[in-house]
Design a protein around this ligand. Sequence first.
Ligand code: BES
Ligand code: MN
Ligand code: ZN
Length: 481
Amino acid sequence: MKVTFSGPAAAKTGAALVISASGIDHAYDGGVVKAAAKGANFHGKSSDGFETYVESGVKVFVRGRGEKEPFDYEICAAKVAKSLRGSGTTDFTIHLEGTDATADDSARAALGARLASYIWDKHKSKATKSKKAPLASITVTSDDPKAAEAAYKNYYGPAGDGVVLARDLVNAPPNEIYPKAYADRIEELTKLGLEVDVLGEPELEKMGAHALLGVGLGSERESQLVVMRWNGGKDGVAPACLVGKGVTFDTGGISLKPGNNMWDMKGDMGGSAAVVGTMCALATRKAKANVVGIVGLVENMPDGKAQLPGDIVVSMSGQTIEVQNTDAEGRLVLADALHYAVTTYKPAAMIDLATLTGAIIVGLGHEYCGLFSPDDDLAKQIYAAGEVSTDKAWRLPLHTSYDKLLNSPNADMKNIGGRAAGSITAAQFLKRFVGKDTPWAHLDIAGTGMVNGSKDPRVPTFGTGFGVRLLNRWIADNHEA
Ligand code: BES
Ligand code: MN
Ligand code: ZN
């Protein structure tokens, strides 16, 4: 997608968006838009809007600014961009001159339009692919295009790159994104200046990562732990660590899931995709921060070699786990990934993301992800980053009183806590592998990382890229020099 910023100028082709009644409209054929506004009974209220064509053939969408403070230029641009999908319009101009849009608003309008025009049709052949060309260029015109361009180049553009990458990874079918292939994709990010290490099964065996390895036992595909490092901060400053669940497909294992909708479990690597997308954004915008991304990549399959309900595994931390349900596999992967992160990097703070529990969808739906943290300051930082970034997070409790639900007669703990408080017991489980010395938060993104039929114009079907904008914001606000 080509994104450009310029001073006030009428669009020559495609579609254009004009917000409120004044501003640009004189530029179109001597006030024809203004004249149309009269006919359309347009008064600039937030509910007012109409479309008209000008002589060049440009379709002008006029939308009311309303009185609301602040106005959401990103959503407004996204809605129009979404309506252009499948129309064959390749150029979209967003007119913000004469409005109160800041440089940030202008950059966000471009990002909103870009995210709304995302399409996943890579595997459609000529027979079913849309014959209409997709949107190819977005132009934002404003009174201060230099500042808007800087905001896009230095922040929102790279964030968009990260979101698109995360969406592509989540949407990719599981015969394309399995652990080794996924690790190869991540290795390509070295071209952005990231350091990438890939640990395979021999290395993981040596480390004693048997909680993670146990999940992959039933799979023909080799499990992987991938580490990405971005050293944009000062030497010796402890990094922020981002850890992601990367179950490239979750059949449930021997505790097999029902067949209906099982195909959605290709997205069970959404947490890892958020981490990979964020690392891409940070490297692209050359963030002045030290950040380590760690993703555990496994395929959860039933097989003669698969792990069994009742198996006891010794995690990398030495704690033993009775695997009562092989479908509670994400926490097993994260147990070792989190322990590895803490012991190897001594992070200043650590956030993990995972499509961990169906229960979080029951609790919070598809709007907010679940946020769990024993650290009030970190929880506040993440909540704040969520509200401004649009990837919203809502805090739920952690408490030792839930720990008894994880007691096992045979090992240090079991991997399921029963029906009650399913998302909390999962988080309580993870906490045991973090220890007390690292400020840590867990984000359960099962409801937000993959969404079918979202009403948000920026969110396409299935892979949402949720978490990238949140983490990117959190790093920018709390870990950058
Ligand atoms: N990947 C699933 C969670 C999930 C469910 C994500 C629906 C997205 C949509 C996870 O591995 C899982 O199977 N969790 C179980 C845990 C249970 C066995 C304790 C669940 O939520 O049912
Ligand atoms: Mn599962
Ligand atoms: Zn899973």
